[in-house]
Design a protein around this ligand. Structure first.
Ligand SMILES: [Zn+2]
Length: 238
């Protein structure tokens, strides 16, 4: 490549990059906060001794879980990911997830890209841990919940403006809301109670976006006990 064509190529790349960044920024402005704004760790003590949500020795996650710096095992269309989805579902069930109200497709879907990304195998038990916790919440809520974002590969996390060290990259985070959006506040209260009870023991992160009406909820496990978005207001209000 000549110097001139290198320069043209770089300028072209810059223009495209700026356009993408602008589109991403304006899209982000129109949606609730992402999990990029961490607050200080919680100083509140759990009201009960921590209980592990996983049962199988093999499924236990040492806390805090070490950061796995690997990209997705694979990424592609639903049809292309079919056999890996079956394998992932088996692994999650083996670690206590029932998958009654959530599918592995929902847990690997990259909405903006309309593709599926399968996390590296060493993260499957972490995904199971969060799913088991979520299933307890779903059970108590007793109504449909929509998962907006679960596992993200690195590329996709950048596209949606996720944090560099987002737990979504570790397959251990879920963003969700009640299907009937007016019920998300009720759902948030259920999650809060659970957070108080098992949050410290599960190294749980909780982000309730919006106060006093919740718009969506971020939950992760295995990293550290902390809150973000408007969660502190929720805790103070109770
Ligand atoms: Zn999130």
């Amino acid at each position: 490549m000549t110097t001139r064509s290198t320069l043209l190529w770089a300028a072209g790349g810059l223009a495209v990059g700026t356009a993408v960044a602008y589109a991403t920024t304006s899209w982000l402005r129109s949606r609730p906060l992402d999990d990029g704004r961490l607050m200080k760790p919680l100083d509140t003590k759990p009201t009960k001794p921590p209980a592990s949500v996983t049962t199988d020795e093999q499924c236990n996650v040492s806390l805090p879980a070490p950061w796995v710096d690997e990209d997705a095992l694979d990424r592609g269309s639903r049809a292309e990911m079919e056999s890996l989805h079956v394998e992932l579902a088996d692994a999650l069930r083996g670690c206590g997830a029932k998958l009654r109200h959530v599918t592995v497709q929902e847990l690997t879907y990259l909405r903006q890209a309309n593709e599926y990304a399968i996390p590296p195998r060493k993260l499957w038990r972490r995904m199971a841990k969060t799913v088991v916790l979520w299933e307890g919440i779903r059970e108590e809520f007793g109504r449909p919940i929509v998962i907006n974002s679960a596992y993200r590969d690195r590329t996709y996390n950048r596209v949606v403006g996720g944090q560099d060290k987002s737990q979504h990259l570790q397959a251990s985070a879920l963003d969700f809301a009640a299907q009937q959006s007016s019920l998300t506040t009720t759902l948030a209260k259920i999650v809060l109670t659970r957070f108080r009870r098992v949050g410290a023991g599960e190294a749980m992160g909780l982000g309730i976006a919006g106060f006093p009406q919740a718009s969506y909820i971020h939950v992760d496990t295995g990293a550290s006990y902390r809150v973000f978005y408007e969660t502190r207001k929720w805790l103070d209000a109770r």
